[in-house]
Design a binder for this molecule. Structure first.
Ligand code: 13P
Ligand code: SF4
Length: 303
C-alpha cells in the first residue's frame, strides 16, 4: 500500500491532479484523497480547485457535478459503474411531466440526480442545505425530487409551503429500521443517535439528531459527549475515527452502499496513468445544469 500511495502521489503531482473522495468511500481511498467530504463540500472543492485533473471518488452524480462545474478540466470517475440507485429513479421526462402537473412550481432537485434532471431544474440542494434552499424560494409551492424521505424531512421545517414529492429513495437508508436504532439506543443508553435525513420519518423521529454526513462529522467534533450511534452508511466511521479518535461509535451493520465501495486504490492509480475513464456530458446539458448547481453551492451549508 505504501508503494502504491507513493506512486499515486508522484503521478498526481506530475499530472496536476487532485483526488476528491466522499465520506462513504473505502478507508484506503479516503486516506489517499486530498479532500474528503459530503456532496456539498465536494462540489465546493470542485468549483474552486486549480488542478488540471479531478479524480472523483464517489458515485456518478457527484463526478458529473464536478464535471459540470469544471468544463475546461479533465474529470475522471475511476469506476463509472458506481451509480447511485436513487439518482436512477427519475429522468428528465419525469421532471417535465411534474412541471405540467404543477405549473409555476419551481423544481428543487436533490444533488443525487443525473445531469439531465439537473438541467430541467431551477435549483439543486444537498442534504446539508435542503431546508435552506426550499426556505429561500419566494413561492408557496415547490416540486422536490427525487428523495421522498428528504422531502418529508424538509417539510417539517417549512410549514408555509406545499412540497410535491417524488417516490424516490436511497435503498441503503431505507432499510435502516426504527427497531435497529431503538435496540442500539437500549444497548448504549448514553450514546447520542444521529441519522441521515435520507432515513424514513419513523427513524428520524426516534433519533436525537439528523444531519448530512459532514454535518454529522462537525457535530461530533465539537460535542462534549463520548458515544454516538451512527445512522448512516458505515464508511463515515473511518473519517470519524480519524477526526475524533477518543470517541466511541456504534454502527448499523447493514448500512452499506455497495456502489460507494467500487473504487479502489488500484483503480485510482490506473486512472492517473491513463487519464481515463473521463466523465463526458453533452454540452447543452452541461450548460443548463450549471445554473441550478451553482445556486446550490452559493447557498452554502445549512447544518
Ligand atoms: P451527503 O451529502 O450527506 O454526504 O449525502 C450523500 C449521499 O449520497 C447520502 O446517501
Ligand atoms: Fe445513493 Fe444511497 Fe449510496 Fe447515497 S448511500 S450514494 S443515496 S445509494
Amino acid at each position: 500500500m505504501a508503494e502504491l500511495a507513493a506512486e499515486i502521489a508522484n503521478l498526481k503531482a506530475w499530472k496536476k491532479a487532485v483526488i476528491l473522495a466522499h465520506n462513504y468511500q473505502l478507508p484506503d481511498v479516503q486516506d489517499l484523497a486530498d479532500f474528503v467530504g459530503d456532496s456539498l463540500g465536494l462540489s465546493v472543492q470542485a468549483s474552486k480547485t486549480d488542478a488540471r485533473v479531478i479524480i472523483f471518488c464517489g458515485v456518478d452524480f457527484m463526478a458529473e457535478t464536478a464535471a459540470v462545474l469544471n468544463p475546461g478540466k479533465i474529470v475522471i470517475h475511476p469506476a463509472p459503474e458506481a451509480m447511485c440507485p436513487m439518482s436512477m429513479m427519475i429522468d428528465a421526462a419525469n421532471v417535465r411531466e411534474l412541471r405540467q402537473q404543477h405549473p409555476g412550481a419551481p423544481v428543487v432537485s436533490y444533488v443525487n440526480t443525473s445531469a439531465e434532471v439537473k438541467a430541467e431544474s431551477d435549483i439543486c440542494c444537498t442534504s446539508s442545505n435542503a431546508v435552506k434552499v426550499v426556505q429561500s424560494l419566494p413561492d408557496r409551492e415547490a416540486i422536490f425530487l427525487p428523495d421522498r424521505n428528504l422531502g418529508m424531512y424538509v417539510q417539517r421545517f417549512v410549514r408555509d409551503k406545499v412540497l410535491y414529492l417524488w417516490p424516490g429513495y436511497c435503498p441503503t437508508h431505507q432499510q435502516i429500521k426504527k427497531e435497529d436504532l431503538l435496540q442500539l439506543k437500549k444497548d448504549h443508553p448514553r450514546a447520542i443517535s444521529i441519522v441521515h435525513p435520507e432515513c424514513t420519518p419513523d427513524v428520524i423521529d426516534v433519533a436525537d439528531k439528523a444531519f448530512s454526513t459532514e454535518g454529522l462529522v462537525g457535530f461530533i467534533r465539537s460535542s462534549g459527549e463520548r458515544e454516538f450511534i451512527i445512522g448512516t452508511e458505515g464508511g463515515l466511521i473511518h473519517r470519524l475515527k480519524k477526526i475524533s479518535p477518543d470517541k466511541t461509535y456504534y454502527e448499523i451493520p447493514s448500512a452499506v452502499c455497495p456502489t460507494m465501495k467500487k473504487i479502489t486504490p488500484a483503480l485510482i492509480l490506473k486512472s492517473l496513468q491513463t487519464l481515463e475513464p473521463r466523465v463526458t456530458i453533452e454540452k447543452g446539458i452541461m450548460d443548463r445544469a450549471r445554473g441550478p448547481i451553482e445556486r446550490m453551492v452559493n447557498m452554502g451549508r445549512g447544518d
